[in-house]
Design a binder for this molecule. Sequence first.
Ligand code: NAP
Length: 315
Amino acid sequence: MMADPTHSKPEPGAKPEPGAATTGPLFARVALIGLGLIGSSLGRVMKRESLAGVIAGTARTEATRQKALELGAIDHAFDDAPGCVADADLVVICAPLGAYADIATAMAPGLKPGAIVTDVGSVKQMVIRDLAPALPDGVHLVPAHPVAGTEHSGPEAGFAELFEGRWCILTPPPGTDARAVEKVAQLWRGAGSLVDIMEAGHHDKVMAITSHLPHLIAYTIVGTATDLERQLQAEVIKFAAGGFRDFTRIAASDPVMWRDIFLNNREAVLEMVGRLTEDLAVLQRAIRWGEGEKLEEIFTRTREIRRSIIDAGQA
Ligand code: NAP
């Protein structure tokens, strides 16, 4: 595994983290449903770290399945979900959230007793809502969210180092078998991630402010620029380095994925939009009335947040 410069190395002689060094594969057979940025990255790191004996994969289109095979992210491609999950010890859903309910219904008859079903979706309460009812008894559901990604999509966009030094949040429903949770945690530790466990609703609130709201703001700003009259628009592009450029990167994120995130984390996002609107009004008022001290105080506080993110190795 590549060294992560943001985290200190273990002391010499210290016990290795579970999953980081296994004698045999952690899972004999893994099925990946969805082979885009996240699915193909997971396939590659599982291969590199010998976390899976055999990796089966499926995606909506033949082109994606073939590409994932060519890239070595999977060993076998299937054009149907039940075929892909047959005999799998671990199933990882790496598809857009809007496809989950149909995937669950389609794959359920193929799942073997004792299998673990997990996912990588960016919203977690809806995962339990859409997956749990379709799963047969004796199959363990351990939802997960790797807080790692880029604005690119598709199997070619994936890379084995994507999850290194990043958090992966597990949101097992109450009563989930602790051994199943630990095996999924080992998978992500093996992929180089730091693992945290959280209640699904809490996860969705945290993500609403740290990820979903920033994307909504980026989509809004870039949308506003798109609506400007032509001459002003040309200058926005020319002088983009003034801050706008960073928003355009976020606003280039996959439209289907983000549509599904907002539709499936509606309440938490609307709550954060409400708070933002109030805070924006405070700034608006301070600018209008020339309250320099107030502006400086707010901007000083926000600068400290940036420092703590750098200190936490998440910059
Ligand atoms: P992506 O690159 O667009 O890949 C999505 C994959 O899902 C594609 O292989 C697609 O197949 C497949 N798919 C779509 N509908 C399907 C269906 N009904 N059955 C089987 N496969 C289907 O997306 P991604 O970025 O990897 O995101 C996947 C998941 O990861 C999402 O739930 C997202 O919330 C989560 N996530 C994303 C990020 C990020 O930054 N991108 C970060 C953390 C978590 P085709 O290519 O054939 O259409």
